[in-house]
Design a binder for this molecule. Structure first.
Ligand code: SMG
Ligand code: MG
Length: 368
């Protein structure tokens, strides 16, 4: 297999409503796609980097730049030795930029699997044909607005609610949701690093709500701080931003900083590394679930395949297309009895809808 050209596409996909986290608010999903042209066919991937370097240091135009200037030329240098498995070793010299690396690896993997008639699910080792869906609920201006939103998602059939929290939007909203929807609701929170080591008493107050987990309460580099917090509170601590590789996952588990892991393939450099984290966690008895970066269908399809691996035992942020988009870039993923079907076709199993993609495209750049 050989990489002949890559089209980098910048899309602006409108969201149905603003999505606010402790890091900021987005109303448009601004994203870069990698469209790989190989001698055996084409492949697609959505790069998870946000418009701003707020979730991590990566952002979409930087991802496009590092892909164009370094990663795509490096993959082209592999000549006919190109495989998806060869991408990470070839890019190993370059520090960081894991979302950009993941996008290139995923696009090449999509081409490779389409050519061999293999689905992502089969390649990754999936054992399920559908996966339970949770939904991530942004920070709202008012409590009534939050209640109405949660009620709507429960009516849709979502099996688990994740509330975004930050200082000033934590105890009260969590209490209200727990009291209103009862003790059986699967409920968790995500702080996106909004707290510090000085906030442990505040976070301990959430123990009374029997949450499934608290996700990334403090700074991503502070793994020891998370271990200290995990000793201090009863709510299980789940790391997201901190876990950037299987090695970090192994260490974080060993020091007790995380008893559940949110796996996002983009954050860790791709699906191959994501499976390694799944395996490390499985051996350690640590459950995992699949996170999300507001992906359109192109990114969501591959995440659903990953979420079908055996140690993904908690509902993921793998929501239906309608959670975010009036119009998705692929055939929409729909919620049926709280679950979403894992794509079965070759590669990611879905195709971009040309006229929709054209409508949302801001710019394209060919790298040859
Ligand atoms: O795809 O539903 C989704 C988004 C889920 O909350 C979500 N993602 O930290 O887990 C997380 C956030 C990051 C979003 S950055 C805009
Ligand atoms: Mg998170």
């Amino acid at each position: 297999m050989k990489l002949e050209a890559v089209e980098l596409i910048r899309l602006d996909v409108p969201l149905k409503s603003a999505f606010r986290t402790s890091e900021g608010s987005v109303t448009v999903h601004e994203v870069v796609w990698v469209h790989a042209i190989t001698d055996v066919g084409e492949g697609w991937a959505e790069c998870a980097a946000n418009a701003l370097p707020d979730y991590s240091s990566e952002y979409h135009t930087a991802a496009a730049g590092v892909l164009r200037d370094f990663f795509i030329p490096e993959a082209m240098k592999l000549g006919n030795q190109l495989t998806a498995e060869a991408i990470a070793p070839a890019l190993h010299w370059a520090k960081g930029h894991r979302m950009a690396k993941a996008a290139l690896e995923t696009a090449v993997l999509d081409a490779q699997l389409r050519a061999s008639g293999t689905s992502f699910a089969t390649y990754l080792g999936a054992t399920k044909t559908k996966v339970p869906a949770g939904v991530s609920v942004g920070i709202m201006d008012t409590l009534p607005e939050l209640m109405k939103t949660v009620e709507g998602y429960l009516a849709d059939g979502y099996l688990r609610i994740k509330l975004k929290i930050e200082p000033g939007w934590d105890y009260e909203p969590v209490k209200l949701v727990r009291e209103t929807f009862g003790p059986d609701l699967l409920l968790q929170v995500d702080a996106n690093t909004a707290y510090t080591r000085d906030d442990f008493d505040l976070l301990k107050r959430l123990d009374e709500f029997n949450l499934l987990l608290i996700e990334q309460p403090i700074q991503e580099e502070d793994i020891l701080g998370h271990a200290r917090l995990a000793e201090y509170i009863t709510t299980p601590v789940c790391l997201d931003e901190s876990i950037v590789s299987a090695g970090v996952a192994r260490d974080a588990i060993e020091i007790g900083a995380t008893s559940i892991i949110n796996i996002k393939p983009a954050r860790v450099g791709g699906y191959i590394e994501a499976v390694k984290i799944h395996n490390v966690a499985q051996v350690a008895g640590i459950p995992v679930w699949c996170g999300g970066m507001l992906e359109t269908g192109i990114g969501r399809a591959a995440n659903l395949a990953l979420a079908a691996l055996p140690n993904f035992t908690l509902p993921g942020d793998t929501s239906a297309s309608a959670r975010y988009f009036e119009t998705d870039t692929t055939e929409p993923f729909v919620l049926v009895d709280g679950h979403i079907d894992v794509p079965t076709g070759p590669g990611i199993g879905v195709d971009p809808i040309r006229e929709v993609v054209d409508r949302f495209t801001v710019s394209t750049e060919w790298v040859k």
